[in-house]
Design a protein around this ligand. Sequence first.
Ligand code: M6R
Length: 609
Amino acid sequence: MCGIMGYTGNNDAREIILKGLSALEYRGYDSAGIGIYDNATGKVRVSKCIGKVKNLASKAEKENISGSCGIGHTRWATHGGVTEENAHPHQVGKVTLTHNGIIENYEELASEFGIEENLVSETDTEVACSVFNHYYNKYKEPFKAIYKAVKCFRGTFAFTIIFEDIPGKIFAVRNVSPIVAGKTEHGTMLASDLTALSLFTKEYMVLGEYQILVMDKDGLELYNIHGEKLDIEYLTIDWDMDAATKKGFPFYMEKEINEQPEAFLNTVEPHCVNGLPDFTEEGLTDDVFKKYDRIFITACGTAMHSGQVGKGLIEHLAHIPVETEIASEFIYGEPILDEKTLVISVSQSGETIDTLTAVHKAHEAGADTLGIVNVHGTAIARESDYVIYTSAGPEIAVASTKAYTVQLAVFYLLAAKLALVKGRMTEDKCRSFMKELMSVPEKIKKVIKDKDKVHKLATRIVEAKNVFMLGRGLDYYAILEGSLKLKEVSYIHSEALPAGEIKHGTIALISDETPVILSVTQDKLAAKEISNAKEVKSRGALVILLIKDGVELENEDQWDAVYRLPADSDELMIFSVTVALQFIAYFTALDLGLDVDKPRNLAKVVTVE
Ligand code: M6R
């Protein structure tokens, strides 16, 4: 959460930082700010404002904030409301600083350092800034000041710091929250992630925890926390730099929905060897898989929804017991784990703090960990024993779409692999399963082609206050995700329920014209689902059916809207119904005139508990 960007060099720092911040806005967009060293006065001039980076751009221009060394920030508020005072950068004495993370002991520190009276904001960051300033005044040199200050902090942080009397240099230090940095012909820069950095350079380095990065116009230098110099390992960005642009779509969400067939193949194909699922590249050999007699899946939000499908598939195909637990519950619960348990954590960003903490907890309990992660080199990937990367490419819209689909794809591969290894599936059966899996992109493309038809369904719910979604089996898992999508982008309350459960209470909320969306994609459950649809219809509900092509439907006209999904085996239907539900959410938000990519109160990367 929060995006940070810094630049020092020969070019206009304001322009570069604002461009980087715009790319990082998906990490938070409550307020934004910039601080640039002003050669004329020898001071760092700060401009900040509530709202998005475009507001900051006009304000900073009006205030004529300019120079060639500066830092910027886009904020997702944690401590203190959304106000200009609470926006970053913060300044105390000679220190100007931006922060991503949370300093948990900031109240204790404020009283220990006797600074409560002087604070102008309500933030933990301003307290941290004061602590840096205290030690900088005391030791008169940056390394000792940074060392002493970070020793005081409990929590997570990525700090970028300008010391007013060290012009042209930016210092950075981090714990958990990420920082990447790189150099160009005209200077050096750092950012929270590669989405921003990739706009300027392909070569980058990842700042390690408790390392100190020093940047100036000529290059980067790396030190350990004691100020001893370290070698820098440079990496190359291996994604298509164009992938993080909208490519003509009005919103990233639509573009990313459209990218799903390709993302699916990019994820599945490398793991299909001689027609069978294979993870040897990741160190997951048959012997490794044989070791586990239980699986635990932990994640948050959409990633958890993919995990729930994973549970269904692994239990169905491989007969291995699987438990799922939301990461924020897992870390404070008492999950029963041992060395025969594989804990799978799923995360698009690889940074979600609860999921990362779950990985630590699993290790402490002696379990092996497998991360299913989209962003390379991130904390969850690095700290898991095994990692399977999904190949969605950069996902910019806050609402996850393609990342979910490829997480599902990995669970299909894993379930088939486990079934094979445990002798629950023959090689022949597995080969035909893989063949069917490879045909999923065609089904997804068909729904994408039908997007106008799906848009019509969305027009039926656009004025609703509440929507209900019903399904059984895999349909239930699909609507869990569909319902989250609708809520987060349209702000319409939506509740997903197992279809058979509605009459145990929730049906009391159904009255005339209450929209109810049913996912009917499982041959063996269709009749039951349709009879649940009749139950709500007879209470006046406006019923929308997303139904597998070929499933018989008597008197189709009795339903308010019907969309036929391309037929596939029951197990694979979740992909096409997911895309239809994504479009329903997207078009509803679009028709409501909302900022689809940046829903209120949310951020793409959740690095606070
Ligand atoms: O980066 P992660 O996959 O760990 O993020 C977990 C959730 O915050 C995330 O899936 C969230 O629910 C989606 N962005 C919602 O669309």
